[in-house]
Design a protein around this ligand. Structure first.
Ligand code: HEM
Length: 412
């Protein structure tokens, strides 16, 4: 014992003290999510979605691990093995419905998390890298969800896999070779299904690792807040525990109620009935659509008549988000103090919803020009309006500190 000291902030006595002395886990938790972690005192419920995304990820990993114990990743048996899970495995239906609807819940909270960041300027200095890590997580989520959708090997699984993998053939010269390499065959079949299953199992753990790095970056400069101004001292802060642990638990309760309502009452409401028909390479379904959370990107892909152009536009819609911290030229973070940007934000939300609706319909009639206009507006928002409005608009005066704003609100 000589020469060593107990790390501060953790237990010093009993079994916990014994552990803490050897592995300072309790002081680490205390300084990360406990009494010793300072958070702005004005965080609203919009700040619940990060922790909810973490819960959603854990639910996906746990239900996925058990599903994988019963699932068979071969073209001949995949569809049947999923049906067996639904009918013969104890609570298999619950596991599968939780996993499928859990993916929708995960995307819903992450979309709210991203839009919260866009409204309050959370991507701005000094949180640019935090934003970037979030975007990498988002791209990994898209890849994981696509691969998961292929696994039941229904009609929609098969044809979604065909459409999406074929996108790579748009790459000049090497495209077709890349697709054949990716398929491991000359068509979508057994080899592709096995490798997608392998990657679908792997990627959530990569996402979990990225989420830890995300939190590491968050803890460096702490959370932004609805006012978008920095904490200047203890008067602006609350300890994370018990204030935000309690607030997060309340949000979790609401989340679980919605999740349970989906799983127990309308478990198939968000899925395509065609995917209950086994994959048939000889019969293309009349209308191939992805899950709801990918529809806006699908609409952007189809807005450009040329295949390569569509792929570039869809990839560009994600890439442009990485530039947002620099495209937004405003000195003020929160849209609350930005009279013009506030409106543009809501127009952008409507634009994203319109893209989703267009993506859900066959590309004909009015959906074609509407999809093209909405796609053009998506890029206009980021590439033109964000930089120009940031320079032109005069923001409202900012409060002196979080504490003064909170107290002024209390007096009213
Ligand atoms: C697995 C997915 C994710 C998890 C588990 C996660 C987790 C979290 C948590 C716990 C927080 C702190 C609480 C909060 O501000 O809500 C946070 C903050 C943040 N996240 Fe995420 N996140 C995820 C995905 C993303 C994505 C996709 C983006 C953006 C593209 C993003 C951007 C941010 C930003 C900018 C903040 C700071 C917000 C602020 O302080 O105002 N995150 N994240």
């Amino acid at each position: 014992m000589s020469g060593s000291t107990q790390p501060s902030g953790g237990p010093t006595k009993g079994v916990l003290g014994w552990i803490e002395f050897r592995l300072p886990i309790f002081s680490f938790l205390n300084s990360s999510v406990g009494y010793a972690y300072p958070a702005p005192k004005n965080l609203s419920y919009w700040w619940n979605f990060g922790s909810l995304a973490g819960v959603a990820l854990v639910i996906q990993i746990l239900t996925g691990i058990v599903l994988a114990m019963h699932y068979i990743p071969t073209a001949a048996e995949a569809f049947g093995s999923v049906e067996r899970i639904m009918r013969d495995v104890n609570y298999g239906w619950l596991l599968r419905y939780m996993h499928a609807n859990g993916a929708s819940m995960f995307f819903a909270v992450v979309y709210l998390h991203i839009f919260r960041g866009l409204y309050y300027g959370s991507y701005k200095y000094p949180r640019e890298l935090l934003w970037w890590i979030g975007l990498v997580i988002f791209i990994l989520m898209i890849a994981t969800a696509f691969m998961g959708y292929v696994l039941p090997w229904g009609q929609m699984s098969f044809w979604a896999a065909t459409v999406i993998t074929n996108l790579f053939s748009a790459i000049p010269l090497v495209g077709t070779a890349i697709v054949t390499w990716f398929w491991g065959d000359f068509s979508v079949g057994d080899a592709l299904l096995r490798r997608l299953f392998s990657l679908h199992y792997l990627l959530p753990f990569v996402i979990a690792a990225m989420a830890i790095i995300h939190l590491w970056a968050l803890h460096q400069h702490k959370s932004n807040n609805p006012l978008g101004i920095d904490m200047k001292g203890p008067q602006d802060q609350l300890s994370f525990h018990p204030y935000y642990t309690a607030k997060d638990l309340f949000g979790l309760g609401i989340y679980l109620i919605i999740f349970a309502a989906l799983v127990f009452y309308v478990p198939n409401s968000l899925s395509e009935p065609v995917n209950y028909v086994p994959a048939n390479p000889l019969q293309t379904p009349p209308h191939i659509v992805p899950e709801w959370y990918l529809l806006p990107f699908y609409a952007i892909l189809r807005a450009v008549p040329d295949k390569l152009g569509g792929v570039i536009a869809m990839a560009g819609a994600l890439v442009v988000l990485f530039a947002v911290p620099w495209l937004d030229t405003s000195k003020v973070r929160s849209a609350r103090f930005r009279p013009i940007f506030k409106w543009l934000f809501w127009v952008f939300v409507v634009d994203a919803i319109v893209l989703g609706i267009v993506g859900a319909h066959p590309p004909g009639g009015a959906y074609v020009p509407i999809g093209q206009i909405a796609t053009a507006y998506y890029f206009l928002h980021f590439l033109v309006l964000m930089p120009v409005i940031g320079k032109l608009e005069s923001p409202l005066p900012l409060p002196d500190s979080i504490a003064t704003a909170v107290l002024a609100k209390g007096k009213r």
